[in-house]
Design a protein around this ligand. Sequence first.
Ligand code: GAP
Length: 518
Amino acid sequence: MTQEELFKKLIAHSKEYGFIFPSSEIYDGLSAVYDYGQLGVELKNNIKKYWWDAMVRLNDNIVGIDSAIFMHPRIWEASGHVGAFNDPLIDNKDSKKRYRADVLIEEWLAKQDEKIEKEIAKARKRFGEKFDRQQFVETSPRIKEISERRHAVNDRMVKALTENNLDEVKKIIEDCEIVCPISGTKNWTEVRQFNLMFETKIGSVSEGANTIYLRPETAQGIFVNFLNVQKSGRMKIPFGIAQIGKAFRNEIVARQFIFRMREFEQMEMQFFVRPGDELKWFEYWKAFRMSWHRALGFGDDMYRFHDHEKLAHYANAATDVEFRFPFGFKEVEGIHSRTDFDLGNHQKFSGRKIQYFDTETGESYVPYVVETSIGVDRMVLQVLSAAFKEEELTKEDGSKDERVVLSFPAALAPVKVAVLPLVKKDGLPEIGREILNELKLDYACQYDEKDSIGKRYRRQDAIGTPLCVTVDHQTAEDRTVTVRYRDTMAQERVAISELPALIEREVSMKQLFKKITR
Ligand code: GAP
């Protein structure tokens, strides 16, 4: 199965089992907007809890807030979003389709990489065991030619985007002979900038309504509350403010399911430090955040850092944490050293003094900021795509079977325990309900008595439930049950009285927190 097929199956599975639905489906949907179903919302809440507790509870110098989505419009002037939160767009005159010009070029660059890989694969076949990849890459004239052209185009693109030279962006598209994937033609419009913020009106028209924006990031709600939190919480630098909330961007190229949405959620933390200390803290948060990801156990090789070579004018260091999705390594989180840009600009635009008096140095200054910013929905996609597996099984009698399983880290699983009476009679449902009523005080549980036990196990595998508790006739005699583990499918007999401790050991978030290096 190709990665593309796997991804399609994952999207279908997410819908079939109540994780994620396309928005407004009965009205033919709304592009790049999704709804979370009954299991999706549980998974998402667990991810948010994992982030919140790791950031706010485990770090005694970080506190959380929940600021409003609507904010004063001047905030977005100060942050630079009104002037510069743009994507360069281009339309194809024949198909009437609109594209992000930089994405068209990036796709062209990716195709050159594919061409190089194809050359390497051909040579590997030709030379067999003697094949030396590095030597071939360094000496093949064809690879040299593709690679030189690729790098030249990449450099031109970076320069053109940095200088906001939209004519040059169009020229690159023409020089690379990029065609519209729909019409197949090169009949392009000029490239122009398009602001990604959604506008709306506040106040009734008779009062004179004002244009405001749906926030494109949660971070500004933290910056404008810096003094409130610092003073009311008597916080001493270095300290952080964390927030989880919705953000909105009018994305033009919206693809890859919940990877790029128009309405999404962010988990952001701004860490305020003494000027000059920011790069030390940048390294600290890089290590902390990577270890938060790795603690989930999907494999260290599933992650990498992508350090930004070209920095925004206000940043002095930036990196992305990338995860290997079925469609390749892509950003899930950004870690940025943003200097005093945001607080400094809010000081300028609001006319209010935003300074911190450092009792250790006796100085007042605008603090520097290191931010960690991660998309909740991208985390959901990360967890779903790493967990989704189709497995072939050999039954005890030697016959073949298959199952679809979501191997979630147990602490993130939407349902922790399923209670399954073997049959619907002989008092087994009553014992099952008794166990359920006790366990649901602490854990998300399901109770299921329909169909054969095998079918019920498969249903729980498909939604990623780590533990099934089966009540059978022996339970009525000796108060023991069978616990079945999702990943190994191993079963063991335990006393009902032992269940709480066993479940806690298996599904507690504590196991994840202990793996995070601090
Ligand atoms: N305050 C910094 C900031 O917003 P960003 O790199 O634009 O930085 C941070 O966004 C994270 O938010 C990204 O790494 C990604 O996980 C998530 N994100 C951004 N745009 C998104 C979108 N359209 N859909 C889903 N997630 C998105």
